[in-house]
Design a binder for this molecule. Structure first.
Ligand SMILES: *Cc1c(COP(=O)(O)O)cnc(C)c1O
Length: 380
């Protein structure tokens, strides 16, 4: 029997609850930008970049228009082009491969590890052989920290060193994560993140940032995001693009970053309740103790052929859920013609049939989390 809903309305991600928690700070920050009138690259943009560098420990942080552009700017910086192969996991949002294809390079799809949903190292090795067979020049790896869990950077860097590849971390879902206390933003030489409204640190529109541990890279990206400008505004030393973060969004992010550490702690507590209640019923997310999960999403694996019933049963008692992702990229019409590590990428193909994300945001009450978990158990 499903318990009748006695809890307040459950949102998958509750941005209104966050707004209430932030009180007047956002309207005040917006008002200040309006009054001061510096809408493009105003002082809030560099203030936010400094604050993000302090929070993550990155050497330099450059904000930009969105997470996809953050990746795109990094590919521009690495001068990726025709004939180049870039290794990407197949189980990710389209952006990760899209930017490679847009640069006229070739994404090569790699399978994921069935426990972490991140790049599988054995499949990555096969993908490097695939590049050679296709007469492509292996250039780099874009590792994705799926659902907020940092990828296996130690193993990825080992392979990258052997084959002379650069590594970009796609941390769109993992801001706030860490490995052995080293924060996301410092786990690879360059990291891209997104401030899209549903990401762990989010603005009220589109936004993104690049983190780097390399001074020169920071300077190059700062030029590229602003039409390749030199020291003077109308000097163009690179072919760049327009990909600046609005001053308004920067002002909003400064306020949201203040409460972010508390929000991250709360996500961790919520994940712990879910995992405690759902262990043995579904496959719960697991990770090694030295890794700090950002809990961008809480994703379970349903037993075979039970997902649809579970989604409907949850919906019937007021619990939203989402599937990230129903189809791995190597099976998508726009991407299926690109090479892959092996004919089948079996882990991604099977996980995409069974994965389900439950509501996850810092403003869920314990009662709501218990209610969701109890209903998952009842449905299965
Ligand atoms: C959201 C996301 C992006 C793109 O971010 P946008 O800001 O929406 O452009 C890239 N990669 C991954 C893994 C994402 O989840």
């Amino acid at each position: 029997m499903l318990k009748q809903q006695t809890v307040n309305k459950i949102e998958f991600i509750d941005l209104q609850a966050q707004r209430r928690a932030l009180g007047d700070s956002i309207p005040q920050a917006i008002q200040q930008v309006l009054e001061q009138g510096s809408y493009i690259l105003g002082p809030e943009v560099s203030k936010l970049e400094e604050n993000l560098a302090i929070y993550t420990g990155a050497t330099d942080v450059v904000t930009c228009s969105n997470g996809t552009d953050a990746l795109r700017l990094l590919l521009l910086a690495h001068q990726v082009g025709p004939g180049d192969a870039v290794f990407v996991p197949t189980f990710t949002f389209a952006s990760t491969a899209e930017v490679v294809a847009q640069a006229n390079a070739t994404p090569i799809f790699v399978d994921i590890c069935p426990q972490t949903y991140n790049l599988d190292i054995h499949s990555l090795q096969q993908a490097i052989e695939t590049a050679a067979r296709n007469k492509l020049q292996p250039k780099g790896i874009i590792a994705v920290d799926l659902f907020g869990l940092p990828a296996n950077y130690e193993a990825i860097h080992e392979i990258a060193a052997v084959h002379d590849l650069w590594v970009i971390a796609d941390a769109a879902q993992s801001f706030g994560g860490a490995i052995q206390g080293k924060k996301v933003g410092t786990l690879a030489a360059t990291t891209a993140t997104s401030f899209f409204p549903s990401k762990p640190l989010a603005c009220y529109g589109d936004g993104g940032a690049i983190f780097t541990t390399d001074d020169k890279m920071g300077t190059l990206i700062r030029s590229l995001r602003n039409h390749g400008c030199g020291i003077h505004r109308y000097d163009h030393i690179h072919v760049g693009l327009n990909s600046r973060l609005d001053t308004l969004q920067a002002a909003i992010l400064i306020e949201k970053l203040r409460i972010f550490p508390l929000e991250r702690e709360r996500r961790k507590d919520i994940a712990a309740i879910y995992s405690h209640r759902l262990k043995g019923v579904v496959q719960i997310p697991t990770h090694s103790p030295e890794v700090t999960h950002a809990w961008g999403l809480y994703s379970i694996l349903c037993p075979a052929n039970t997902r649809e019933k579970l989604v409907n049963d949850l919906q019937a008692v007021g619990i939203p859920s989402n599937v990230y992702y129903r189809k791995p990229l190597h099976l998508q019409p726009a991407y299926q013609h690109f090479p892959r590590a092996s004919l089948k990428l079996p882990n991604a193909e099977s996980i995409s049939q069974r994965v389900l994300s439950l509501p996850m945001h810092p403003y869920l009450t314990n009662e709501q989390v218990e209610y969701i978990a109890e209903n998952v158990r009842a449905a299965l």
